[in-house]
Design a binder for this molecule. Sequence first.
Ligand code: HEC
Ligand code: HEC
Ligand code: HEC
Ligand code: HEC
Ligand code: HEC
Length: 486
Amino acid sequence: MSSLNIYKRIINLVSRSKVSVIGALLVSILLPVLLISIGFDSLGLIENPYFGFLLYVVMAPLLVLGTILLIFGVLFSRGGEEIGTYTVEYLKEQFTRPGRYSRIRRLLYFTVVITLLLVFVVGLASYSSFRYTSSSQFCGQFCHNVMQPQYTAYRNSPHSRVSCVKCHLGKDADWAERSRFTGLKQLWAVATDSYPRPILPPITALRPGRKTCEQCHLPEKFHGSRLYTRERFLPDETNTRVRTVILMKVGSGDIEGKVAHGIHWHVSESQQVFYRAADHEREIITEVRQVEKGKKDIIYTAMAGGDTDAGDSGGVGELRKMDCVDCHNRPTHIFLSADEALDRKLAANIISPYLPFIKRQALAVITKEYPSREVARVEISRGLQNWYRENYPELIENNPNLFERAVQGVVDAYMDNVFPSMRVTWGTYRNNLGHSKGSGCFRCHGKLRRVGSDRVISNDCNLCHVILAENEKQPEILKSLKGVIE
Ligand code: HEC
Ligand code: HEC
Ligand code: HEC
Ligand code: HEC
Ligand code: HEC
């Protein structure tokens, strides 16, 4: 029998059922398109995130569906003329008669080749869709509106080269599955426009820091103290520059026989800290447990009369092992306060501190509420232009570039941090790496008391840092360190 006959036979087989015809159509259209597109994508020729989505989240599954329909139709359809094709007698006949046998053999070869090809393409497609749905591009850009705040903050952060899944997913299946499952739920939420605005932490399915952060940062390698200087600008005529110099006792987990100490004491191997919170945000901590091998657990509870409720502390919430993200909850989605956002642009000279009152005026325009980012862009720049035209007309006349650049800097300070469509505004996301307004470290420090004693978890001002200068114009300490920093 010629291959033409085999071809006819296959057409015959397939056309006996509507199901397999639909399947065959899907396969024959999608197969070549997918092959070529995957080729393009692997070569990195197309960067559009929608292309990947179409390819791997729409077309690849359709191809699999087509294949299943095709096989299903051929095997199980009834009602065609050649209903006997796959009955046992028919097969026996085919295999025992020499003439027939060679015919069926060719048919078998053909089927095997087609199947292998399909398995290859489907495998390739599913591998690529796995890779694609794990890419930062997919996470951050595809669901553009939803992830815009996190994606923008991420791109401006020290972790902009770390892919989303390094922190949000990971290798061990258990957690990967959990996150992927919630990932599907999230896709559904986006499709049906039912996602929360803003998306509020904590993400309960985030893997423990030991499985994510510690792939790159080894807590036992932190050591000693670190000097930070912060530049601020006051809202006066000259935008006075002041500096805070602070020595952070970063400390370490235990290493080379040294005892764990300082800030990273909480994540050392030798002892562990657990806590229980009364609210979803983990803001109100009711119980802390310090667990050390071979020693009795030390338990701290909220003080009666404080703003945390000591009475029923136990039952609420799970006991959670403290890890990196309990302090570093904003390692990459760092949203600044309006003040900080402007200070950074001023320190970088993007907004020139030479412009009188620029800090004060900028602060006034970016902290107003705008219905959308587009409106904000226009209004912020108009607000500044109007004020300076009125009060310092020659100044902007003589320095048009300086002024333009400053206006753009002010607009960017807003754009990096405020997203009205997601209801993300100044201060929506709090940072636990400090103690503004009694949160962060002060959720425990100074709040909880050791059971059976008077001792409170220390909030001695020199426990965590030494403040060497606070908002000073010319800090002495920087003078003595001249040549070391700045
Ligand atoms: C360096 C690690 C890291 C990377 C990289 C990272 N994230 Fe996150 N992400 C976090 C942490 C930590 C949280 C806060 C978890 C908490 O407080 O429970 C978070 C929270 C979020 C939230 C919840 C809202 C919020 O701001 O708390 C979203 C949405 C999110 N990330 C999306 C992304 C996307 C999209 C990317 C990639 C473009 C990404 N993340 C990359 C660590 C990371
Ligand atoms: C894939 C590697 C990787 C992972 C995972 C990772 N980081 Fe980092 N992290 C880095 C690198 C690289 C830097 C240094 C970036 C720089 O200095 O510009 C950094 C810097 C930092 C810094 C210092 C930032 C600063 O302002 O100097 C902190 C804090 C930090 N990471 C915390 C975390 C936490 C918390 C997690 C887990 C949620 C995490 N990292 C996960 C690679 C990683
Ligand atoms: C008790 C809160 C707390 C915990 C828990 C914690 N950190 Fe930190 N970490 C800090 C503070 C505070 C600083 C210094 C201040 C700053 O960076 O603004 C810091 C600094 C750092 C730095 C930059 C400093 C340096 O010496 O390079 C890295 C990186 C870092 N932490 C990673 C981690 C990782 C990874 C974990 C989890 C294993 C972790 N931290 C757990 C509070 C904490
Ligand atoms: C979940 C509760 C909790 C939080 C949140 C917390 N701590 Fe602690 N911290 C403790 C406990 C418990 C101790 C041990 C008791 C003590 O020293 O009084 C401790 C001890 C310390 C110590 C002394 C370690 C040593 O050398 O023995 C430092 C430094 C410290 N914490 C810094 C921080 C900083 C910085 C933050 C915020 C970024 C923070 N802690 C947040 C519970 C917490
Ligand atoms: C449990 C640890 C801890 C204790 C106790 C503590 N601080 Fe802090 N403090 C921090 C951390 C962490 C930061 C750094 C925050 C950051 O990186 O922005 C900080 C920052 C500061 C800053 C600098 C803020 C800035 O950026 O201008 C000042 C000022 C300050 N603390 C004052 C105090 C005073 C006063 C006390 C005593 C009542 C105190 N702190 C006790 C952890 C602590």
